[in-house]
Design a protein around this ligand. Sequence first.
Ligand SMILES: Cc1ncc(COP(=O)(O)O)c(C=O)c1O
Length: 347
Amino acid sequence: MSYFRSVIEAMEGYIPGEQPRNGEYIKLNTNENPYSPSPHVIQSLRDHLSSHRISLYPSPLGDGIRKKAAEIYGVPEDWIMIGNGSDEILNLIFRAFLGKGDVVMYLYPTYILYRTLALFQEAEYQEIPFTYDETLPMELIDRPAQLKVICNPNSPSGTFFPIPQMEKLLQVSDCPVVIDEAYVDFSRDNCLSLLKTYPNLLIPRSFSKSFSLAGMRIGILFAHPEIVHGLLKLKDSYNLSCLSQVAAMAALEDIDAMWENVRKIRETREWFTRAMRELSFTVRPSEANFVMVQKGGGNMRLLYEALKSRQILVRFFPEWPDLLRISIGTDLEMKTLLNALYSITGA
Ligand SMILES: Cc1ncc(COP(=O)(O)O)c(C=O)c1O
């Protein structure tokens, strides 16, 4: 006999990428940033620890971060909510807008957590096939739902929908529309400018990727104040630890350091994409800090395993065996990966 709700008992649960702790791998499987965060972040954390203030609860709403983010992104403070990673923000959104039997719609393949969160709510998830061009499928735009989610740039494809496509979706959807911008700093554009016009738009972002702070678990949401107000009712009072708040604040104070890391990653992404195509892999044009690679529709498990045995970890998804998702590391890491591929494939 199980004490769990039947839906929880039956589901598998989200399986995160492998997180080996011993540093023996070149780790290109969970889209972390290979570069350190700003030195100002490290110094601010040290200063905070030496001042003994960890005995106090942190600011419930992250007042300092909201103020600084408002200044940087040109969005009022009460249009901003902070989260324990953008995963927490997504979790709150699904809990807030979806009940049993409600419909959530998203493209597929995408971030599999959306499905997991829908299952928690006993909601119906409709997965619309991804078309890999720059046009959103009409079904996603036309069909009614209680929640629509687009990951832009998308994972695992890395591809990006131009903003007018997003606007088209927002214009006709009378439900909340989430545009998950976890990877947006690596892309050409973003949806913040649509926020004022569309009260149904929610934009969660992550500090785990461009800001090199995956370990601190920081996310930020931009949305109309009525939406933020509603979501705050669901949020844990002290969802973001004082150290995470210090890190987020310092990262925003030295945002140029983030942009410099992004510049390097984009450069690496470009030459690595070319090199992979020369090796006859299909690589979708990526606007994220990873690329999706395929080879003639073949199963990529053996290649994933061969790389792993050479201490290189990339992401293999059993659900999509014909692709690998490879995070962009340093130039040296990517050259090591290429050399491994030359030796595995005999190229
Ligand atoms: C599309 C997408 N959204 C959100 C997240 C969650 O990021 P975090 O909770 O680290 O901010 C991830 C993490 O990989 C992601 O790929």
